[in-house]
Design a protein around this ligand. Structure first.
Ligand SMILES: *Cc1c(COP(=O)(O)O)cnc(C)c1O
Length: 385
């Protein structure tokens, strides 16, 4: 058994990030400025997106994205229940109703048929999540949206580098929100960005910067002007140059990070695939997953311990794990406000009871991967049904 705790998803930072942050601290510009501009440009090139705005979180991006799309009171937005709470919370923030729908048994992504059944005359948008980095069935989502005149915004918090039919998530004209939170595939500590068509992204930028008109952040710079006008009551969601300093170098590392993630995933699959008690994550043939998470499910009837005990057994063997997620419709706020029973989204509820996320990050060594597999094999051997 390993004697050092293996964290579930620590950040991978290097000297370049540290030096760039120090360089920023030594400059006289620590908030939104030239490095944020440079990071936005680099992200735009990476995604080949029409436009990009850097923000202080993905949640902020989803919030101002909905505002830019004109979603508000009386509107309904289709949201998969198997997601982080932020995806639904932002819909509440704008006064609209998140309509929580079930997910597909294989990918745990939005079930397009469940989404179709949930449409009402008030439905204005679909907010799919690329769960664990596996792209949602975008053909089905855009088809449904097209037939019913709905807007689409992608929660791409997990999905930087993911591809659907060869096309990079975040390269389209609809809005897509990415997260650079500490546990995500690349990080700026806290941070995020929104990609999409220029008109929508610029509107979102204004919503995220007090509602000030363009480039008001330059007002303390020699090239800027003291004059700005507030065109709508916005929020304070701007990315800082300290965050962008980290992001500039994290983006350079993304390809190498992804290569290592895929190696870890392949090693998990080769060894854990032999255990009948486990359901392993899939990658459909038409996608490239960004493998943000490695979510396994315990098959019923194989073990005498449940998921929670399984997690404790792993912890006792110094393996960190997590659970993604308690479905949104089962959180007290949503359950009580909208009267959801767990069975409202049966696939999500069932998956939640059986799932755990194994350590997956580019810093993992072959020995780390072997340690996780060995711990799991040990637990399975000691706990037959
Ligand atoms: C992390 C995450 C978010 C929020 O990202 P922040 O940058 O922390 O705001 C939103 N949606 C999903 C699915 C996430 O995993």
């Amino acid at each position: 058994m390993r004697n050092q705790f293996l964290p579930f998803s620590p950040p991978c930072l290097g000297d370049e990030e540290r030096d760039e942050v120090m360089d920023t601290l030594r400059s006289d510009w620590i908030t939104t400025g030239p490095k944020t501009k440079a990071f936005e440009g680099k992200l735009r090139d990476y995604f080949d997106a029409p436009a990009v705005v850097g923000l202080n979180s993905c949640t902020a991006g989803l919030h101002v994205g909905l505002l830019a799309m004109g979603i508000g009171p009386g509107d309904e937005v289709i949201v998969p229940s198997m997601t982080f709470c932020a995806t639904a919370n932002v819909v509440e923030h704008v006064g609209a109703r998140p309509v929580l729908v079930d997910v597909m048994p294989d990918t745990l992504n939005l079930d397009p048929e469940a989404a179709a059944r949930a449409l009402t005359p008030r439905t204005r948008a679909i907010l799919p999540v690329h769960y664990a980095g596996h792209p949602v069935d975008l053909d089905a989502v855009f088809d449904l949206a097209g037939r019913h005149g709905l807007q689409v915004m992608e929660d791409a918090a997990h999905a930087i580098s993911a591809r659907h039919r060869g096309r990079l998530v975040g390269s389209r004209s609809n809005l897509a929100a990415f997260s650079f939170y500490a546990t995500k595939n690349i990080t700026t500590s806290e941070g995020g960005c929104l990609t999409g068509e220029a008109g929508l992204v610029e509107k979102a930028r204004i919503y995220g910067h007090h509602g000030m008109n363009r480039d008001a952040w330059k007002r303390f710079d020699r090239s800027g002007s003291w004059y700005y006008e507030v065109v709508l009551p916005g929020f304070k969601y701007n990315m800082t140059d300290l965050q962008a300093a980290i992001g500039l170098h994290q983006l350079d590392r993304l390809e190498a990070f992804q290569r290592r993630r895929r190696e870890v995933v392949a090693a998990y699959g080769a060894r854990l695939g032999r255990l009948a008690c486990l359901q392993l994550p899939v990658e459909r043939p038409e996608v490239v997953s960004s493998w943000h998470l490695y979510v396994i499910r315990l098959n019923p009837g194989h073990l005498r311990i449940d998921r929670n005990a399984f997690i404790e057994e792993l912890k006792a063997r110094n393996i960190g794990t997590s659970v993604h997620y308690l479905p949104v419709h089962m959180h007290p706020h949503y359950r009580d406000k909208y009267g959801y029973q767990p069975e409202a989204c049966p696939v999500a509820a069932d998956a939640f009871g059986r799932m755990l996320s194994l350590p997956l990050h580019p810093g993992m060594t072959d020995q780390d991967v072997a340690d996780v597999c060995e711990a799991i094999e040990d637990i399975v051997r000691l706990n037959p049904a």
